[in-house]
Design a protein around this ligand. Sequence first.
Ligand SMILES: [Zn+2]
Length: 289
Amino acid sequence: MRGWLAAAGVLLATGAAAADYAGPIFDAHLHYNVEAYDGPHPLADALARMQRSGVRAVIANSRPNEGTKRLAQAPQTRRAGVTVVPFVRLYRNRADYDNWFRDETIHAMVQEELARGTAAGPYRGLGEFHLYDAQNANGPVARKLMALAEEKGLAVLAHVDDTAVDLLMAHTPSKGAKVGLIWAHTGIGGAPVARVEQLLVRYPRLMGELSYRPGLTCDGGSLCPEWRALVLKYPDRFLLGSDTWINQRWESYDATMRGYRTWLGDLPPDVARRIAWDNGANLFGLTKP
Ligand SMILES: [Zn+2]
């Protein structure tokens, strides 16, 4: 008996006993940008990658918004079994990355897009937007868009640091209690796990999207111990994403999803399923595929 337990312990420690997660995936951070759809990744290619990877729903946010609309309206998307959750991208071009938070024409563009909607239905969120300096969370357009998101029940996909999370939340009528903020990369600068937890506790609708998150995985592609402990403690608060911000990310789309399936396989099946699918599906009321 002791020998068997020791052998089982070795298997678990090396990850050899765990099978990869095999269920559906909700990709909560997808871009379908002009250089992808007008370049090497037309619809058939992008959809084939999602299908091969078992991705059954995506948050689509694209520069320009045309990419999201193409994905949303194509009959091939439905045939591929992919549900599109459209978000309004704040950027018309690269220059908008550094100026959106104070540019009133962006605010006007968002209003127009929201009024127009997409073939897949109304927009469900705003973003992704970036703040490279947290203080820009106090820009006039950033303030207005956060308040708008809460008022209209829109989610927000924000690539920001932990300081900016607090600043953005302060601009909503509920001071962050009611707005669904998806934190892109859960802090790409590597906010300490204790700080991530503090924010999860402070803002009940804050969700952490895990692409590019520093320190997430360790040897063999398993979750590092402190991250494993965090996702087990907050299994309803994390999401997966591809972040196809450049065409190379489309080329590695399958590998990205395989990487997720590897570490999800080390988690209890119900936790893996929540992070891979249920958390995203529940945010937007999607049914099981
Ligand atoms: Zn992104």
